[in-house]
Ligand binder design. Sequence first.
Ligand code: KG4
Ligand code: ZN
Length: 349
Amino acid sequence: MLVLGIESSCDETAAAVVSHDKKLLSSVVYSQAEHQVFGGVVPEIAARAHLQKVGSVVHSALDQARISFQDLDAVAASAGPGLIGGVIVGVMTAKAIAAVHHLPFIAINHLEAHALTPRLTQDVPFPYLLLLTSGGHCQILIAEGIGKFKKLGATVDDAAGEAFDKVAKMMELGYPGGPKVEQYALNGNADRFDFPRPMVGKPGCDLSFSGLKTAVRRAIEDFSEDGILEHAVLSEQDKADLCACFQRAVLESLCSRVKNAIKLFKTQYPEGTHLVVAGGVAANQALREALENLAKKYKLTFAAAPMNLCTDNGAMVAWAGMEHFLAGMSDPLDFSPRPRWPLDPTSKR
Ligand code: KG4
Ligand code: ZN
């Protein structure tokens, strides 16, 4: 069986084909460079770029997989949460393909697509503990099954990826900031600046990054004569040290909260075996290593999507679509895209 997945909820226009036996037949990702000059995603520009690219990206995904629409068993699209203009483009495309070729349409929650991706490449049974950390979201959840998530905690302000992007912007490192900060951090001294570790030592699993971001801003402002961020003069070493200290603070904060979550998970789900990290920030090598060590300490198996499937892509949508399809789940063609779509609707935040 084959499912086509379409992703367009942020700044990647992507499509992929996966099979029921976990073969990734194709994966095409067009990353919109249009936003780089703005240091962040501009929703209207994103929606127009999705509209321009979605057709060719879908056709490339089919070509690479050496199949045609007739070979598909279902078509899935990210239907939220995300920037609504882009989401509509992907959903309408998927619905049109479904209508013309008489295929089931599957509306996928973008966050669930991230959350299920490690099941495409590894054997990860439910229930598992999940750190979901991207540009727009930062949550700790228990994945109980398809469409079934229990939220243990979430950021009270910025997402971790957003903090990476903003810190990169302060130093004019480019967008997206995560990979740039990680690269700089490799050559930096992580002891030079004393940044706060948000939430560390407090009970619960909520997260916070805005105080840390402000601390980095202050440290950069100290490099200018008049205290104005834009006037700061930073050497390459200063940038590397700032990145290393910021990244270490993020990692320590994330790990401390995941540690609390592991304790809850182990008591509530003694049969659970895996700690999973998903979302764009999961591409951070230092974070993967830190979580892997944490998992080992608590006798859990660590799992993460391969690097190229951490940031937004079509394979994660196609695979989540396949999981839904195999469970007999599909959606009506009048399904409305959902700009907000929590994984755990019972949770307050
Ligand atoms: O999942 P994603 O592609 O889009 C959203 O759904 O938000 O995540 C993008 C986010 C960006 O904030 C980006 O800076 C961050 O993931 N990111 C990273 C790394 N690669 C991407 N953050 C830290 N280290 C990385 N290597
Ligand atoms: Zn994402």
